[in-house]
Design a protein around this ligand. Structure first.
Ligand SMILES: CC(C)(COP(=O)(O)OP(=O)(O)OC[C@H]1O[C@@H](n2cnc3c(N)ncnc32)[C@H](O)[C@@H]1OP(=O)(O)O)[C@@H](O)C(=O)NCCC(=O)NCCS
Length: 169
């Protein structure tokens, strides 16, 4: 394992690496939108999405790279309607072999700083209620619980609730 990593904004040319990463990381926990090899968006679609984020005034995709491969990804997706323009949705994942080294914390702090510059006032997310590591990370970085989303996920034949959280910037 490469011990050094860099964090930067993703660009369209990262699309192939992003697909490999998302298909790997999906198999490492039950807390993401898809399981192993479950990410089915074609490379052109990922390229378009990364180009849009790069040009956007209220969205960001950050990646961490080690040894030329993506090892973490964090995304902030701002809402467009004028009455929701102050809010943005957040998601994050880190490759399992890199958990517990502060990468998640660093990526959230960077995104929060950039979000503030983009005039975003609230970052929001949902986290599966038994995801202790995710919940600890979010509480540590200033998110507060604001509700429960019942039956948020259906995974391995079971419904799972999620905690709805927000961070006021
Ligand atoms: C949740 C996740 C993003 C955390 O990333 P990370 O890089 O490991 O996070 P950090 O190293 O910054 O650790 C953050 C905090 O987690 C907590 N933590 C660490 N190990 C833990 C454990 N075994 N159990 C519970 N909490 C733990 C600590 O509070 C830690 O902060 P500290 O080290 O300053 O005390 C990562 O585990 C992950 O990708 N999980 C799978 C996908 C996922 O759940 N994404 C979130 C979906 S909402």
């Amino acid at each position: 394992m490469d011990n050094t990593y860099t964090i930067r904004e993703a660009v369209p040319d990262d699309a192939e690496k992003m697909i490999i990463y998302l298909n790997q990381v999906g198999g490492e926990s039950d807390n993401l939108l898809h399981g192993e090899n479950g990410f089915t968006v074609p490379v052109e679609g990922v390229k378009r999405k990364l180009a849009m984020s790069k040009d956007s005034e209220n969205s960001i995709v950050l990646i961490a790279l080690a040894g030329g491969q993506i090892i973490a990804r964090a995304e902030l997706d701002g809402y467009h309607p004028a009455r929701m323009r102050h809010r943005a949705k957040f998601s994050i994942s880190v490759k399992k072999e890199y958990w517990g080294r502060g990468i998640g914390t660093e990526m959230i702090n960077r995104i929060a700083r950039q979000a503030k510059k983009m005039n975003i006032g609230i970052i929001e997310l949902e986290v599966i209620a038994d995801n202790e590591r995710g919940i600890a990370l979010y509480h540590k970085t200033g998110f507060e619980d604001i509700g429960i989303y019942k039956k948020y996920f259906y995974v391995n034949g079971q419904y799972k609730d999620a905690v709805i959280m927000q961070k006021i910037l």
